[in-house]
Design a protein. Structure first.
Length: 350
């Protein structure tokens, strides 16, 4: 079968990215531009993100094509993140991809952002194929899935409030450590004591079973509130500076424990010791180590490099290649959808 060349476009949040993928796994060109200006505000400002995408996307795609030594005639299809994400940011990528695909007379393939994260590890580890339990943890989403085959996803659990990555960002802001929160919390944690403060482990009630609604679900808002109260207490005592690393370490240990225990519940329930870890938070070293340790001796953990864990167009091209092979082509009225549902998803409780 002749390889397919997919141009992937990602603009769902604050990374402007383009990639050229020759199926199945040859990443010929890949550019990711991270919008550092958001660090000034302690989080992503949607209007600034959209304007930055608009300013950058032409050059980012041009550079990806140049690095890939790819002529326009080689492109078989254009894949673009259609959602979820920031609506202004999504519209830049979708509008650009629609115009580009129409101008070339090529098919346009809409891609769900989280399905991109699901496919990302397979670009580097070709054994990362279903069946597996998938933990997808990013700034906006926390999903626990059982994947028997590509395109068919059983939803086990999801966050009821803050996503894991959002919790890292908010705690980082509380501690005055900057944005994004994941890397700086991890860095601070290396110098701190992770048992200094005991924070609540949300939804880890003893005796819970898979029939209970909270068995697989996540909640991080209470954890964030507990950290906030401890920070205020230490501030009033003039002890925050000396305790900052310990709070970061204790928070990280708590969040990782919750993520690991929920995942291992799914591993046991499904009898599947294969776990795929995706999304920005999957770059956390402690999360990877603890999950890998929990899976010993017979299990296996799949995850991508730092570059493929964060938002990127390579994962969109990879998921797009799968959807293109399924014959899924966008209509001309395609638009960005900040609440786009993951295709092929069904809730195991229904």
């Amino acid at each position: 079968m002749k390889p397919t060349v997919i141009l992937g476009i990602e603009t769902s949040c604050d990374e402007t990215s383009a990639a050229v993928l020759e199926t199945p796994y040859q990443l010929r060109g890949h550019i990711v531009y991270s919008q550092d200006e958001h660090s000034l505000y302690g989080g992503v400002v949607p209007e600034i993100a959209a304007r930055a995408h608009l300013r950058l996307i032409d050059e980012v795609v041009k550079k990806a094509l140049e690095d890939a030594s790819c002529e326009l005639e080689e492109i078989d299809a254009v894949a673009v993140t259609a959602g979820p994400g920031l609506i202004g940011a999504l519209l830049v990528g979708v509008s650009w991809a629609k115009a580009f695909a129409f101008g070339l007379g090529k098919p346009l393939v809409p891609v769900h952002h989280m399905e991109g994260h699901l496919f990302a590890p397979s670009l580097e580890n070709h054994d990362a194929q279903p069946p597996f339990v998938a933990l997808l943890v990013s700034g906006g989403h926390t999903l626990l899935l059982y994947v028997q085959k590509w395109g068919e996803y059983e939803l086990l659990g999801q966050t009821r409030d803050d996503a894991a990555g959002e919790a890292f960002d908010k705690v980082s802001k509380l501690l005055g450590l900057g944005y994004p929160g994941g890397p700086v919390i991890e860095q601070q944690s290396e110098r701190g004591c992770d048992t200094r403060y005991r924070f609540p482990r949300p939804m880890l009630r003893k005796g819970a079973t898979a029939r209970d609604s909270e068995y697989y679900d996540f909640s991080f808002s209470g954890l964030k509130t507990a950290v906030s109260r401890k920070v205020e207490e230490l501030k009033s005592m003039g002890m925050l500076e000396e305790s900052r690393a310990d709070i970061a370490a204790s928070f990280q240990a708590t969040a990782v424990e919750v993520l690991c225990k929920k995942t291992m519940r799914a591993v046991k329930e499904k009898g599947c010791p294969r776990v795929l870890l995706g999304g920005g938070v999957s770059a956390n070293s402690r999360l990877k180590k603890e999950l890998a340790d929990e899976l010993l001796p017979d299990g296996v953990l799949y995850y991508g490099s730092h570059r493929l864990s964060a938002d990127n167009a390579a994962m969109i091209a990879c998921a797009g290649a799968f959807r293109f092979q399924q014959g899924e082509i966008a209509r001309l009225d395609l638009s960005g959808d900040p609440n786009l549902s993951l295709p092929g998803l069904r809730d195991y409780r229904l």
